[in-house]
Design a protein around this ligand. Structure first.
Ligand SMILES: [Zn+2]
Length: 311
């Protein structure tokens, strides 16, 4: 059975300072051709245009935390949506503070946008060690949990919605299934046929596949709780700002090394680890990959423009 689209395109892979051809953090999540933006570092709208990704189609924005390299791209992005004639509401999830920033920006420009923005504050105090569902629609549901950085910072877990069973029309026809009963069969219900027999739904449907998930974790010290929160995810994006040789600096700045990211992935038993949020000090990223693979073989580097399919 072919699976629906579920992927992320890397728009920015560096940490605070853009360098070596790499930009600050942003990704575009595609779930069944519905778009969601994860973080919005400076230059995000340029990257969306460069990779031919229609920004008008973005439904929801998820911001990890309010360090500039994760949201300074928002003012330009929001303004461009206005210029492109957007009318549909936009939801933005983030730690508290973003709404106040935008009130000031809009006031200074004496302008208003042609579409409503709903800012949804995630209150760090109310989370503790919990992981909580914050958003869901027909395509996915999203859970948030706290990471450990210098300011409140959230990790997000994006999960496909479990789809209905797929109906096998040939099998149904053979057994005399009426059109009106198909939706019940797809929901896993057995039905009564015209002759009074009960038809087991399994005879005319094929099972839905396990839902896939994508965990996004930046910026943070490595945490055991992260491994628990993202257990068995299909893909895990975990920041790897530094190499082990710079571990002291990493700890001081509340970041992780490639080795630590790999350890989180290993403990979480994810399928694939994506490394990113590289410090500007590293020109080449080969050592990040090498260090990670020593602990967790199925590691890949986040590279701008790459679309990672969660298969
Ligand atoms: Zn950052």
């Amino acid at each position: 059975m072919s699976r629906q689209k579920f992927s992320t395109t890397i728009l920015g892979s560096n940490s605070a300072l853009p360098a070596n051809g790499r930009r600050p953090t942003a990704q575009l999540l595609n779930v069944n051709h519905h778009y969601y933006l994860i973080d919005c570092g400076e230059g995000t709208q340029m990257q969306l245009r460069r990779f031919n990704l229609k920004m008008q189609r973005i439904k929801v924005v998820f911001i990890s935390h309010l360090h500039g390299d994760h949201y300074y791209g928002l003012p330009g992005f929001l303004n461009s949506l206005h210029l492109l004639g957007r009318e549909a509401p936009l939801k933005i999830y983030s730690p508290p503070g973003l709404k106040e920033i935008f009130i000031l920006l809009t006031k200074a420009a004496n302008g208003r946008l042609g579409y409503p923005i709903e800012f949804i504050d995630l209150d760090p105090k109310s989370f503790g060690k919990e992981k909580r569902e914050i958003y869901s629609d027909a395509e996915l549901h999203v859970e948030a949990f706290l990471l450990k950085h210098r300011i409140p910072c959230f990790g997000y877990l994006f999960k496909e919605q479990t789809k209905e069973l797929s109906y096998l029309p040939k099998e149904g026809e053979k057994r005399g299934v009426k059109v009106a009963d198909i939706s019940n069969l797809k929901r896993g219900q057995d039905i009564a046929l015209e002759n009074g027999d009960i038809l087991d739904h399994k005879l005319v449907t094929s099972p839905s596949l396990d839902p896939r998930s994508y965990a996004f974790c930046t910026d943070t010290l490595p945490l055991d709780s992260t491994s628990e929160h993202v257990k068995n995810s299909t893909f895990l994006y975990h920041e790897a700002t530094f190499l082990e040789a710079d571990r002291v600096r990493s700890k001081e700045t509340y970041h992780s090394t490639a080795k630590q990211a790999a350890t989180v992935a290993k403990n979480a038993k994810v399928d694939t680890l994506v490394l990113g949020h590289y410090s500007a000090r590293y020109k080449s990223l080969e050592d990040h990959l090498k260090e990670s693979k020593e602990i967790f073989e199925n590691s890949v580097l986040a590279v701008e423009g790459d679309e990672l399919e969660f298969t």
